[in-house]
Design a protein around this ligand. Structure first.
Ligand code: PLP
Length: 768
C-alpha cells in the first residue's frame, strides 16, 4: 500500500472528528487506536471489494475458532506500512507501541484456532482464495489470573477496545431456524491482508441477534413463529466461546452455536451463488469447504437440506456435498471426537436430523459391515464418521498423526476409502512468528540472505554457510529478547528473572497428555538434588510455564496449583536462588506467545507419543532458533527429519513402545527404584506444598492409584526425560548449543503455513 504521511494523518484526524469528537491533540489510546485502524480500512476498500467480487473459485474455511491475536501490527506489516505509520504517529508525539495494550481477539482455545488464523494469513499471502467463516463470540477465551496458586477465570471482554478491523454487513443477514427459536445471523467481515501483495481475503464472523430488529419484510414473513422469549435468548447463542480444548462437552448451546454458524454461512453462500443464475448442481465449480475438526461438520446435513429445498434430489445433493466438503481431523483422543445424542439433535434440528439419517441409510445401502461403518448407532451420532463418509478428502495434521488415523482410529474407513486420506502437516505464518515478533533476528537473516524467506521460508536454508559467523549476533539477539521478556515478567508476574538464566519454556494448553507434570516433577527432582548436595553444578535455569486449563477440567487445574506451589517453594528458598526460578505466566495468549518464543532457550514438547496430533508451538520456537526437548510425537518427528535428530533433544517411549508398555504398566514400580522421583511425587501429599482444597492429593491418586493410573506414562518416561534434559542444560551456552539452535532455524522451511495452504490448495481444494 502506498503511504502518504500527511494524507494518513488527515484520515486519522477525520475519523477522530466524526467518531469521537476529538483531535490528535486530545485523543486517548482508545480513540487513536480506532482512528488509525479505521483510516487504514478506508484505504483498502477497493482491493477488498475486488477480491469479494472476483469470479474465481474459493474455499470456505469453516471453523468454530479463530485465534487471531492482535490485528493492528500484523495488518500494518502485511500492508507494508508498519514503519511508516510508526513514523507518522511519532511526528505528532505518539508511540505506535501504545497499541500493545489492545486486547487480543482470543476467539479460540489453542492450536486449532491459531492454525485457522495462520492459514488465513498464509492463504492471502499466497494469493489463495480462502475465506474464514466462524462465530463472533461476545466473550472470547477467559482471562486467567492466579489466586493462592489456583486458576481464576474472568470474562474476556475483547470488544472493550472496539472492533475497528471489522465491518458489520446488515444487508447479508440471514435467519437461522431451530425447532424452538428463530434468530437473526449478522455477519461482521474482517479483512485478511496478504503480505505486501495487495490481496485481501475475508474472515466472516456471525453474530446472533433477535429477529425483532430484522427488517420489516422478513419480520412479516416470520409472523406467528416468533415468541417474545426467543428474542431475549437469541444473543445468547454467540455469547461465549466454550473454553474446552480437545474435549467434547455435549451441551445443546454448543450444538446451537455450530449449527448457527454453518447454516448462516451456507445460506449466504447459496443465496449469492443463485444470484449468479447458475444451477446449484454447479456449486462445486465455485465453492469448496474445509471443515476444521468436527465442530462444523453439521454443515454437511445442512447443505443437503438446503439443496433439497432448492429442488435437488437427495442423490444430487449428496454429490454436491461430496464434491464440496473436506474434513481435517485434529485429534485421536476419544473424548474429543464429537458425538451427539440423536434425540437431542432431532429435537433441536428435526430436518437436519432427517438428512443425517438419510446418510446413514445410504451408507447401509453400500453393503458394508454395520459394526465397522456407521454414522448413527445406539442413538448416538458420530460426527467424524459422517464427515469421512461424505467428504472427498480427510486429512491428518502431521505424518505420524495421519498414519495413526489410517492404521488405528479410522482403520476401517481408510481401508474402504483409501483415496480420501491425505496428510497435510500443519504450519505457522513466518510473518507473525518471526518478522513481527523477532525483528532483530529477522534483520540478521535479511542481511545474510535477503528477504526472499519472508514469502518462501525454505530459503532460510541459505543461512547454512553463515551459521558460524552468525553466532555472536544470534547470542546477542537472544539475550536482548530474554531481557525484554524478563522485564515484562517482572511487571506482569512480579517475579525477578535474570537473563543469565537458561529460559526453559513450556507454553500450551494445560492437558494431561501434554504432560506439564513431567516438567514439574523434574523441577522438584533438580531442586531436591541441589538441596541434598548431590547436585552441585546445576546451571541457573528459569522454568517458565504458560497454560490455561478448561474451567471444568479438575486435573488440569490441579497441575496449575502444583506448579504454582513449586514456584512458591523454589522462589522463596535462598539456598537455590542463584540456581533456579519457577514462573507460571498468567493469561498465556497469542501476544504473550510472541514475546516468549523469541526468548526461549529450550522448547518443551513432551507429550506422550501418539497424543499430540501435530503441535504448532514447536514450530514457532524452531523458527526463532530454539532447540526442542521433546518426544517422537506430532510434528516433532518431522522437525527431527528436517533439522536432524542430533540437533534436538529427543527422549521417551515411541508410539510402538507406548502400546507395548500399556499392556503391563504399573506406575508404582517406576517410583520404587527411584528415590528422587519418589520424593518429588510425594510432595503432592506429604505436606511440603499447600493443598487447601485437596487437589494435589487427587492429582497424586491419578498418578499412582485409581482407574488407569498415570495414563500418560509420566513416570515411565521420567528417567529418560531428566537424562536428556540434564544433557541439554549442560550443553547450554556452548557454541555447539547455539549452532544446533541456528540449524533448526535454517531448516524450518517445511513448517511455513504457506507450504501447508499451498498443499491444501493443490491436493484438496484444487484451486489454481
Ligand atoms: C501456537 C499456540 C498454541 C498451540 O500450542 P501447542 O504447543 O502447539 O499446543 C496455543 N495457544 C497459543 C496462544 C498459541 O499461540
Amino acid at each position: 500500500m502506498k503511504f502518504d504521511q500527511k494524507a494518513f494523518l488527515d484520515g486519522v484526524e477525520r475519523v477522530l472528528h466524526a467518531e469521537y469528537a476529538c483531535d490528535l491533540k486530545t485523543a486517548g489510546k482508545f480513540e487513536l487506536y480506532n482512528a488509525v485502524s479505521r483510516a487504514v480500512m478506508e484505504e483498502i476498500f477497493t482491493d477488498w471489494n475486488n477480491e469479494k467480487n472476483s469470479p474465481r473459485r474459493r474455499c470456505g474455511y469453516f471453523s468454530a475458532e479463530f485465534l487471531m491475536g492482535r490485528a493492528i501490527y500484523s495488518n500494518l506489516m502485511n500492508l507494508g506500512i508498519l514503519d511508516e505509520v510508526g513514523a507518522a504517529l511519532a511526528s505528532v508525539g505518539e508511540d505506535v507501541k501504545q497499541f500493545e495494550e489492545v486486547e487480543d481477539a482470543a476467539l479460540g482455545n489453542g492450536g486449532l484456532g491459531r492454525l485457522a488464523a495462520c492459514y488465513l494469513e498464509s492463504a492471502a499471502s499466497k494469493d489463495i482464495a480462502l475465506d474464514g467463516y466462524g462465530i463472533r463470540y461476545r466473550y472470547g477465551l477467559f482471562r486467567q489470573t492466579f489466586v493462592d496458586g489456583y486458576q481464576h477465570e474472568e470474562g474476556d471482554d475483547w470488544l472493550r477496545w472496539g472492533d475497528p478491523w471489522s465491518v458489520r454487513v446488515d444487508r447479508d443477514a440471514v435467519l437461522v431456524r431451530f425447532a424452538d427459536q428463530t434468530v437473526k445471523a449478522v455477519p461482521y467481515d474482517m479483512p485478511v491482508f496478504g503480505y505486501k501483495n495487495g490481496v485481501v481475503n475475508t474472515l466472516r464472523l456471525w453474530q446472533s441477534e433477535p429477529v425483532q430488529a430484522f427488517d420489516f419484510a422478513s419480520f412479516n414473513e416470520m409472523k406467528g413463529e416468533v415468541k417474545a422469549t426467543e428474542n431475549f435468548n437469541a444473543t445468547k447463542i454467540t455469547d461465549v466461546l466454550y473454553p474446552n480444548d480437545n474435549t467434547m462437552v455435549g451441551k445443546i448451546l454448543r450444538l446451537r452455536q455450530q449449527y448457527f454458524m454453518v447454516s448462516a454461512s451456507l445460506q449466504d453462500i447459496v443465496r449469492k451463488f443463485k444470484a449468479s443464475g447458475k444451477s446449484l448442481r454447479q456449486l462445486p465449480e465455485k465453492w469448496c469447504f474445509q471443515l476444521n475438526d468436527t465442530h462444523p461438520v453439521i454443515a454437511i446435513p445442512e447443505l443437503l437440506r438446503i439443496l433439497q429445498t432448492e429442488g435437488l434430489s437427495f442423490d444430487e445433493a449428496f454429490e454436491v456435498c461430496h464434491a464440496c466438503f473436506n474434513f481435517t481431523n485434529h485429534t485421536i483422543m476419544a473424548e474429543a471426537l464429537e458425538k451427539w445424542d440423536a434425540l437431542a439433535l432431532s429435537d433441536l434440528l428435526p430436518d437436519v436430523y432427517e438428512q443425517i439419517l438419510a446418510c446413514q441409510r445410504r451408507l447401509e445401502g453400500d453393503g458394508l459391515d454395520p459394526n465397522c461403518f456407521y454414522i448413527v448407532r445406539d442413538n448416538v451420532i458420530h460426527m467424524a464418521n459422517l464427515a469421512i463418509y461424505v467428504a472427498s478428502h480427510v486429512n491428518g495434521v502431521a505424518e505420524i498423526h495421519t498414519n495413526i488415523l489410517k492404521t488405528q482410529t479410522f482403520k476401517n474407513w481408510y481401508e474402504r476409502f483409501p483415496e480420501k486420506f491425505v496428510n497435510i502437516t500443519n504450519g505457522i505464518t513466518p510473518r507473525r512468528w518471526l518478522l513481527l515478533n523477532n525483528p532483530a533476528l529477522a534483520r540478521l537473516a535479511d542481511k545474510k540472505i535477503g528477504a526472499g524467506w519472508h514469502t518462501e521460508l525454505s530459503e532460510l536454508k541459505k543461512l547454512t554457510p553463515y551459521l558460524d559467523e552468525m553466532l555472536p549476533e544470534f547470542k546477542r539477539i537472544r539475550r536482548e529478547n530474554k531481557e525484554k521478556l524478563a522485564a515484562y515478567i517482572r511487571a506482569h508476574e512480579g517475579v525477578d528473572l535474570s537473563a543469565d538464566f537458561i529460559f526453559d519454556v513450556q507454553v500450551k494448553r494445560l492437558h494431561e497428555y501434554k504432560r506439564q507434570m513431567l516438567n514439574a516433577l523434574s523441577v522438584l527432582y533438580f531442586y531436591f538434588g541441589i538441596k541434598d548436595g548431590c547436585v552441585t553444578d546445576f546451571p541457573p535455569t528459569a522454568f517458565l510455564f504458560g497454560a490455561k486449563a478448561a474451567p471444568g477440567y479438575y486435573m488440569a487445574k490441579a497441575v496449575i496449583k502444583f506448579i504454582n506451589e513449586i514456584a512458591r517453594l523454589v522462589n522463596n528458598d535462598p539456598d537455590v536462588a542463584d540456581r533456579m526460578k519457577v514462573v507460571f505466566l498468567q493469561n498465556y495468549n497469542v501476544s504473550y506467545a510472541e514475546k516468549i518464543v523469541c526468548a526461549a532457550d529450550i522448547s518443551e514438547q513432551i507429550s506422550l507419543a501418539g497424543m499430540e496430533a501435530s503441535g504448532t508451538s514447536n514450530m514457532k520456537f524452531m523458527l526463532n532458533g530454539t532447540v526442542t526437548l521433546g518426544t517422537m510425537d506430532g510434528a516433532n518427528v518431522e522437525i527431527c527429519e528436517e533439522a536432524g535428530r542430533e540437533n534436538n533433544y529427543i527422549f521417551g517411549a515411541t508410539v510402538e513402545e507406548v502400546a507395548a508398555v500399556k499392556q503391563y504398566y504399573c506406575p508404582r514400580e517406576q517410583v520404587e527404584g527411584a528415590p528422587r522421583l519418589k520424593r518429588a511425587l510425594e510432595t503432592l501429599v506429604d505436606g511440603t506444598l499447600h493443598d487447601e482444597q485437596g487437589m494435589l492429593r487427587k492429582l497424586y491418586d491419578s498418578m499412582i492409584s485409581g482407574y488407569e493410573p498415570d495414563r500418560y506414562l509420566v513416570l515411565y518416561d521420567f528417567a529418560d526425560y531428566v537424562r536428556v534434559k540434564e544433557q541439554l542444560l549442560r550443553e547450554f551456552g556452548t557454541d555447539a548449543y547455539y549452532r544446533k539452535s541456528l540449524v533448526n532455524m535454517a531448516n524450518v522451511g517445511k513448517f511455513s503455513a504457506d507450504r501447508s495452504v499451498t498443499e491444501y490448495a493443490k491436493l484438496i481444494w484444487k484451486l489454481k
